[in-house]
Write a protein that binds this ligand. Structure first.
Ligand SMILES: [Fe+2]
Length: 188
């Protein structure tokens, strides 16, 4: 029996997103497929584990359609490195491949009417290990940190490339919002 490969997954993503634009409906269908891709895929390529020491992680793009749609990428995080709270302005699904990534979900308390201000409070913290999944709606805010002792690896799937969206990064301590910095990404 042939295994579920990236091409099968991308074909399914296209079919699902042609059917509906409802983010909750899409992510409900994408989560089990992304888990299947993780469990049946080959993630042994050392190139997937090359990290940019400046940003603390490495991103390898596996698929991106024209118009920046259906981005599939693998992220490798160095131990104790992570990213500040941010949104995605598109739906997202993450599945752990190896290691331990802690996801911190934040709730926004203000109405977003002041461009540089954001009042966030901690909502939940969850550890994503191999085979664990989480899904994000466009305005959800989360931060990520590799809380394990080794580099971690995870599969990330987005409706559109986050780099193409007008998204935000937040500092909960200073209650500030700014445009999310562009990440260093490479293609296979
Ligand atoms: Fe994120």
């Amino acid at each position: 029996m042939s295994h579920y490969a990236l091409a099968d997954f991308v074909a399914d993503l296209k079919a699902i997103s042609a059917e509906t634009t409802g983010e909750e409906v899409i992510t409900r269908q994408v989560v089990p497929l992304a888990k299947q891709l993780v469990s049946e895929g080959d993630w042994s390529d050392p190139a997937l584990r090359e990290c940019d020491p400046g940003q603390g992680f490495g991103i390898t793009i596996l698929n991106e359609e024209t118009d920046n749609a259906l981005l599939v990428e693998v992220i490798c995080w160095l131990p104790e490195r992570g990213v500040a709270p941010h949104d995605h302005q598109t739906w997202g699904v993450v599945v752990g491949i190896e290691g331990e990534e802690t996801n911190v979900d934040w709730r926004r308390n203000d109405d977003g009417s002041r461009p540089d201000f954001a009042d966030l409070s901690l909502e939940a913290e969850r550890v994503i290990g191999p085979g664990d999944a989480c899904a994000f709606m466009p305005d959800d805010i989360h931060g990520v940190r590799n809380t394990g002792e080794a580099p971690s690896l995870s599969l990330h799937v987005y409706g559109y490339s986050p780099a193409s969206r007008d998204r935000s990064e937040f500092d909960p301590l200073t209650k500030t919002r700014r445009p999310c910095p562009q990440r260093v990404r490479r293609r296979v």
